[in-house]
Every structure is written in C-alpha cells, then in structure tokens.
Design a binder for this molecule. Structure first.
Ligand code: XIL
Length: 372
C-alpha cells in the first residue's frame, strides 16, 4: 500500500533536510555580524533577467553587495548624457530582498571610463571646466538617484602610485592635483548621509598606505570626512605577508582612519616572475600551462593552504575589528571570479569561498567554524 504524503509530511521533511525550523541565522555574515559587514560583488549577469533568489549564496551568505561592474562609468553612462540604470536599479532591488547594504563602486577611476569623458568632439582634451562639469553631472545624477539607498560609495578608485604619489591620469592632468577633492565634494552634495570611501590596491605597501592617509588628511582639510579607506585585497597564496597587511592596518588605525576590505580574493595560481603584484586591470601575460596547474580541481594541499591563509586573515580582521567596517569578497564562487582572466586570460583559479558548484570550500569552513 502506498504511503500517503500529506503537506505536513512534506514540510516536516523539509525541516529535517534544512537542519532545524528555528535554526540561528546562517551564513558568513551572521558569523561576523557583531564585528563587521561581510559582502560580495555581484556580477552583471546576475542583474539582468531574474535576480538571484533569497536562498541563493549572494543573498543568504552576505549583508553588503557591490556591483562588480554595473555602476562603473562605462556601463552607467556609456555615451554623453545616456544613463543606463537598469542593472544598478536591480542591485538595489536585490539588496532590499536580501536585507543587505549597497556599496556603490565607483565614481572616479581612470579605468573603465569611456574616452569621450576626457575629449571634445574633435578628440582633443577638454578644458578643466568641461571635465569638472561632466564629473559633477555624473556624480550628482548617480549618487542623487540612489540617495538613501546606497550605504557608501567608493568615490575615488586607484588614484595613487606605488610610492604614494598621485597617479598620472587624464583626471589629474586636466583637473589638477585636487581632482579627487571635487569628486568627494560632489558626492557629499548629492547624498550628505552616504559614507564616502577612498579605494586602492596594494595597500599593504607602507608608502602607498601613507599616500592614502595623506589624501584623507587633505580631504579633511577641505572639510570632507572620508569614512573609510578601502584595501582592495587582491591577494595570492604567495603575497603579501600577513605582517605587511597588519602594518598597514595599524598605520590606518593610528591615523584615525577606518578600514574596509573591499575586494578580497586569494589567487592560488603561479605567476611569471616579472608579474607586478597589484591589481592593474590592464596587466596581461601570455597563457601557458605552467601558470594554470589546477584545471581539474584544487589539490588538497593547496586547498588547505588557502583555508589556512583565509583563517589567518580573518583572525587579523577580528584583531582590528574596532577599525574594520566591512570585508567584501570580489565574487561568490570560483566560477565567477575575475581572477580566472586576470592577469592571464582563461585560467582556472580557485580564489573564493565557494567552488564552481557553489559548494563551501575548506576556506569557508575555516572562517565560519570558530572565530574566538
Ligand atoms: C574588475 C572586474 O572584476 C572585472 O570583471 C572587470 O573586467 C575589470 O574590473 N580593482 C577594482 C575593480 O576596483 O573594479 C576591478 O574589477 C578589479 C580591480
């Protein structure tokens, strides 16, 4: 005789399968909720069509969402005055559904910004006045639209050289050395309550972090509070050292600057000896099998190394929890990570907490199991 399956039996079965009906909130964000936000980057394909569901990893694991590309200038204003808000609107909707904060990325950057921004119709550099007006319009339109909905903005991205001096970019060449002050001023005007961040890579380098502290002080002198400095944290199993990272965190804390870890990932793949360690997105090397050894999966030894490094990093973030506001991963699963294509295209990297099938890796277990 067949057993009758009642709705009650089905819901009881679901409770058994999911652990318990009244389980404590799950996910890495809940593990760290007393210390800092834990975020992820949302890829553009998740913002077109159906949004990730409430029980999807980005939603259930994280409480801060950054658009990996959707809010960058080239996507949101590809042509003069032509704003494409569809994906950014979806990011806001996703964050509401997931009860997560939205981090806006990014307002002024020398990358992923269309050439027209800096040029007139003949292709000559525009005047300071014209560029300032374009920057103002861009920031007021974008920040104004999401006023009260975006928790904080990466206002300026990667303005510094490795020695802490200002990078030579069209922004600086045309606007002058205080180009970044204007960006912060416009963002503050457009949403006085939003947090405002300066964000850069290789912040573990003493000279670079000193440059960031100087920038924050100069903004302070101009009457603008920088709410946190973002350390991108595109790391690898081979660099940087934990002590260098800690030294930088100490420098920021001693200067009274709050910290956000904004783009964390840890590549496990070897690189050519001459590779530069930063996150310059234009850097590119030729592919070779020797630089792509884990196509079939990450061997146990490296899996363990990665877990250990993540565990040490999170121990460090907790040690500085009084200064750390947020730790955001640059993506959720290894399949989505930009590290598969940078700085060598088409590799199989394993830098994040979830594998290509969305299963938690040893690294996930290591940083959620035990945190005191
Ligand atoms: C990367 C994205 O992940 C890629 O999809 C895109 O092709 C290039 O940019 N520093 C940043 C991020 O601030 O915006 C970059 O994101 C990675 C380096």
């Amino acid at each position: 005789m067949a057993t009758k399956i009642t709705p009650f039996a089905i819901s009881a079965l679901l409770v058994v399968l999911s652990g318990s009906a009244s389980a404590a909130p799950e996910g890495i964000a809940s593990v760290y909720e007393d210390s800092f936000l834990v975020g992820t980057a949302i890829k553009s394909s998740d913002l077109t069509g159906n949004l990730p569901a409430k029980n999807s990893l980005p939603c259930s694991e994280f409480n801060a969402l950054t658009a990996e590309n959707a809010m960058k200038w080239q996507h949101i204003q590809p042509a003069p005055g032509q704003f494409n808000f569809a994906m950014a609107d979806q990011l806001i909707a996703l964050a509401q559904q997931c009860d997560a904060r939205v981090i806006g990325h990014t307002l002024l950057w020398h990358q992923q910004t269309p050439g027209w921004v800096f040029e007139d119709e003949q292709g000559n550099p525009v005047s300071r006045e014209v560029l300032l007006a374009r920057l103002r319009e861009h920031i007021h339109t974008l920040v104004g639209r999401y006023k009260g909905k975006v928790y904080g903005w990466d206002v300026v991205n990667e303005a510094l050289n490795e020695d802490g001096s200002l990078r030579d970019t069209p922004w600086r060449r045309i606007l002058g050395d205080d180009f970044y002050v204007h960006a912060f001023r416009f963002a503050k005007e457009a949403d006085p309550k939003a947090q405002l961040y300066y964000n850069d890579f290789n912040m573990y380098k003493p000279a670079k972090v000193a440059g960031a502290v100087k920038l924050v002080k100069q903004l302070g002198d101009a009457g603008i509070k920088v709410d946190a400095v973002g350390m991108q944290a595109h790391y690898s199993l081979f660099y940087p050292s934990l002590s260098d990272i800690e030294q930088s965190m100490k420098t920021l804390r001693n200067a009274g600057v709050r910290i956000a870890i904004t783009e964390l990932d840890i590549s496990v793949l070897p690189l050519p000896d001459d590779a530069f360690s930063g996150a310059d997105i234009t850097q590119s090397f030729a592919a070779h099998p020797v630089y792509d050894p884990y196509v079939e999966g990450l061997p146990a030894t490296q899996q363990h190394q990665l877990a250990e490094l993540y565990q040490q990093l999170f121990a460090l973030f907790l040690k500085y929890a009084d200064s750390v506001d947020r730790v955001t991963f640059w993506g959720t699963t290894d399949a989505d990570s930009w590290r598969n294509n940078w700085p060598i295209r088409g590799r199989t990297d394993h830098p994040l907490l979830f594998d290509r099938n969305g299963r938690p890796k040893a690294a996930y277990e290591a940083i959620t199991r035990h945190i005191d």
